[in-house]
Design a protein around this ligand. Structure first.
Ligand SMILES: Nc1nc2c(ncn2[C@@H]2O[C@H](COP(=O)(O)OP(=O)(O)OP(=O)(O)O)[C@@H](O)[C@H]2O)c(=O)[nH]1
Ligand SMILES: [K+]
Ligand SMILES: [Mg+2]
Length: 364
């Protein structure tokens, strides 16, 4: 019996050798599902062995941003510059060995930054402190990929490691609902035209021993996204790219980097170049909105809104307010852009828009 790693390798080879077309798509779908299942198994075994516990940092503030990059690209220098923290800086790799937090107050929002050890190729399978760093990233809202202007291609390695670790960068969770049933086989419904065919969908579900289920698909997903939905343990984070050490680079080198990553921000953490631009970009990317809380039967507090990230639902607001609120939640009422009519009654999954007014009713 070959090891799990060898099995994964064999299946990867088979996928590479198989020409993709309509006739083979369900076969490839099944192989991809198999790999994802094996990787998941490896991951579960590794976390059962322990490791990473010492790394847990309590989330705080209105959003959490982790600085991700190869060793010595300047993550700690940047943390210190942005937040005034005192993370150790050194001209040698792996200066930082733990998670170091810092806080930035910007435009009324409180943003938590986390400085972590450098990531290297192989991190997702545990190299360096990879596993611990990845668990910090999983729990953050956003990552800043910090690149050294002399080694911008590291970006691709970082993205690949995060993908392998089940982190989906700048993607929304796919709009797919799978409800398992006792009998009746697989019933697929979609609200739009799909590139995926039924046979492929069934092959993937079969790989996870799902033989009876109703599947509702509301966007044109790939087979990889379907697998993400089935595994149900992916983490979705936003990102920005910052290219550091521009104080050392010729203009031409910076232009080459800009062509590679047009939306990146060019900074010098050490010299303090473009730090304010970066702060603004982080604030915008987190997409903060203001929610005014209105106690039942009283006027709303229009002075101090709750600052939350766009896409936040009422359940998440409950979690922010009190640890019992989600459990005791009865219903909520909203006024403003996200309300169909003033005072509309809504549930935990209702998503807030900027300047909504919210009343939460809980059990006494
Ligand atoms: N010239 C220049 N040097 C920088 C800049 N930012 C950081 N450095 C230097 O780069 C080296 C590494 O900086 P760190 O902040 O320790 O880098 P790190 O990414 O936290 O490194 P690890 O914790 O080891 O992964 C130090 O010698 C810094 O002084 C910059 O903008 N320009
Ligand atoms: K360093
Ligand atoms: Mg460091």
């Amino acid at each position: 019996m070959s090891s799990i790693q060898e099995q994964i390798q064999e299946i990867e080879d088979e996928i590479r050798k198989t020409q993709y077309n309509k006739a083979t798509s369900h076969h490839i779908g099944r192989l991809k599902a198999k790999i994802a299942r094996l990787r998941d198994e490896v991951e579960k075994k590794a976390s059962a062995r322990g490791g990473g516990e010492g790394y847990s940092v309590r989330k705080s503030g209105d959003g959490t941003v982790t600085l991700v990059g190869f060793p010595s690209v300047g993550k700690s220098t940047l943390l210190n510059k942005i937040t005034g923290a005192k993370s150790a800086v050194g001209a040698y790799e792996f200066t930082t060995l733990t998670v170091v937090p810092g806080v930035l107050e910007h435009k009324g929002a409180t943003i938590q930054f986390l400085d972590v050890p450098g990531l290297v190729k192989g991190a997702s399978s545990g190299r360096g402190r990879g596993r611990e760093v990845i668990s910090v990233i999983r729990n953050s809202d956003m990552v800043i990929f910090l690149l050294d202007v002399f080694q911008p291609k590291h970006y691709e390695v970082l993205m690949d490691e995060l993908y392998q670790a089940g982190i989906r960068v700048d993607q929304e969770p796919p709009d797919v609902v799978i409800k398992k049933k006792e009998r009746g086989g697989i019933e697929i419904n979609s609200t739009i035209d799909l590139d995926l065919d039924e046979e492929t969908i069934k092959a993937v579900l079969d790989e996870y021993k799902i033989h009876n289920a109703s599947v509702l698909i509301r966007e044109n997903i790939t087979v990889d996204q379907l697998i993400d939905v089935v595994l149900n343990n992916r983490s979705y984070v936003r990102s920005l790219i910052a290219v550091n050490k521009v104080d050392l680079a010729y203009p031409q080198l910076i232009e080459e980097c800009r062509e590679l990553y047009p939306n990146s921000i060019f900074i010098s953490a050490h010299e303090g170049i473009n730090i304010e631009v970066l702060k603004d970009a982080i604030y915008d990317r987190l997409g903060f909105i203001r929610v005014y809380l209105k106690p039942q039967g009283q006027p709303a507090d229009m002075e101090e809104p709750l600052i939350v990230m766009s896409g936040t639902d009422i359940g998440q607001i409950c979690d922010r307010l009190h640890r019992d609120f989600r459990r005791k939640f009865r219903y909520a009422q909203i006024w403003g852009t996200s309300a169909k009519h003033p005072g509309q009654r809504v549930g935990l999954d209702h998503r807030m828009l900027d300047e909504d007014i919210l009343t939460i009713i809980i059990q006494k």
